[in-house]
Design a protein around this ligand. Structure first.
Ligand SMILES: Cc1ncc(C[n+]2csc(CCOP(=O)(O)OP(=O)(O)O)c2C)c(N)n1
Ligand SMILES: [Mg+2]
Length: 413
């Protein structure tokens, strides 16, 4: 147990969690880094060396008082900020409803984005509609930005007759072709190389289509992450590669996935401009993603981003974090809550108030409830109906291979 002593003084130096159940979670108060500490390089000329301070620091726009400060302020108008707030509230309320469904046997499994709502929502809002999204299971919010209907999302989670993947995927492993939202894979990390490959194809075809992908701190310890960065470094395609460091990979702390430096700094070794950004700061996330998109669009290639955040909920409906971390650890996170921070900012600039907030929350709650009821009309987990068994054999191969055909005939489907 001696290594625990080192862990509390040097959170990045050895592979153990800083706090365990029963201990006081103390991250040292608010972040030291302030908006304005890091300059905004020209996206068309920035080198990886220029970004070294950004990879070691923390890019923020919203300060602790809720003000937007510094040259990274994306200067969004109030309607865009309110839209962002609405998407994040919708995701949180949707997640809560789905967890209730799982707890009452209506869904087999679920994963929330609790505490990380800003990540996919702010970043997708900063993109263009022709851009391709290669998510992990923690970025379903991108679908709201791309206009996916909640009924369709719930039908997928149930695996009923209207599930667009016909029950072939686990719940939350969405696919949304119309929104250029690529199917989520259960083996974590495969999306990074795919994003780089599609970005290479876009570059060859001279299309202004940027790819964005996310994977977690734990997943970044896999080879897939490094293969993607190596190809991105070599071919310089228009891709935005995010490592979402939410401190945990199920019960394994992020300290076990790095050798000591920040996750962002790894990109510098691949000569890719790299940034570490406050992942609960909607404006900072929007701004760095817009910057990276401008850079990609200008033919300058990839950007690597560490999104520094905290997984406020359990890993999934199968996990109980009280077994491995203090119960109040999320409340102690210096980055606060992404919804609360954007709300505070909107109130501060006179564009929002408690009454509007409550009315919006109620409206969303009603929409989610109505969507849930509508989705159940197409079948629920307990009693079906489900997609027919014959769909095991369809919609995967353009030309069905002989061995699949043989199995199909054997089953008489
Ligand atoms: C290749 C592979 N290994 C292991 C798993 C099991 N698994 C699913 S999620 C997960 C943790 C991933 O943690 P992280 O990358 O930090 O992402 P987070 O869940 O925190 O968003 C693991 C080990 C898997 N799905 N695929
Ligand atoms: Mg993680």
């Amino acid at each position: 147990m001696t290594d625990r002593l080192t862990a509390t003084t040097a959170p990045y130096s050895i592979g153990v969690p800083p706090f365990r159940p029963g201990e006081e979670a103390d991250f040292g108060g608010v972040f030291k880094e302030q908006p304005g500490d890091l300059w905004r390089p020209d996206p068309a000329t920035c080198t990886s060396d220029d970004s070294a301070p950004h990879a070691r620091g923390l890019l923020r726009v919203l300060n602790d008082a809720g003000e937007a400060k510094g040259e990274w302020d994306p200067k969004l108008d109030a309607s865009e900020l309110i839209q962002g707030l609405e998407y994040m509230m919708r995701l949180r309320i949707f997640d809560d409803r789905m967890i209730k469904m799982q707890r009452t046997g209506k869904l087999s499994f679920y994963m929330r984005s609790f505490g990380e709502e800003a990540v996919a929502i702010a970043q997708t809002m900063a993109l263009e509609n022709q851009d391709w999204i290669f998510p992990s299971y923690r970025q379903p919010g991108a679908q709201f930005v791309r206009g996916r209907d909640m009924v369709s999302m719930i039908c997928h989670c149930i695996g009923n007759t209207e599930d667009n993947v016909r029950g072939r995927q686990m719940p939350v492993h969405y696919t949304y072709k119309e929104g250029r939202f690529i199917s989520i894979s259960s083996p974590v990390g495969t999306q990074f190389s795919q994003a780089v490959g599609v970005a290479m194809a876009s570059a060859y075809q001279k299309k202004d289509e940027v790819c964005i992908s996310w994977l977690g701190d734990g997943t970044s310890a896999q080879g897939d992450y490094h293969y993607a960065l190596n190809f991105a470094s070599t071919f310089k395609p228009p891709v935005i590669l995010n490592v979402v460091n939410n401190q945990w990979a199920i019960s394994t702390h992020a300290n076990l996935a790095t050798g000591g430096r920040t996750f962002a700094e790894r990109g510098l070794a691949y000569d890719i401009p790299s940034f570490r950004v406050d992942g609960n700061d909607f404006l900072a996330l929007y701004s760095i993603t817009k910057w990276a998109r401008d850079r990609a669009s200008a033919g300058m290639g990839p950007t690597h981003i560490e999104v520094y955040t905290y997984r406020a909920g359990a890993h999934s409906s199968s996990d109980d974090p009280s077994a491995y971390r203090p119960n109040d650890e999320a409340a102690c996170w210096p980055g606060g809550d992404p919804i609360q921070r954007l709300k505070d900012h909107l109130v501060l600039i006179g564009e929002w108030d408690e009454e509007k907030h409550e009315a919006l929350a109620q409206k969303i709650d009603d929409e989610v409830m109505a969507a849930y009821k509508e989705a159940c009309e197409f079948g629920d987990l307990a009693s079906g109906p489900y997609p027919p068994a014959s769909t095991i054999f369809t919609e995967v191969y353009e030309t069905v291979p002989w061995h699949i055909q043989e199995q199909r005939e054997e089953l008489g489907k």
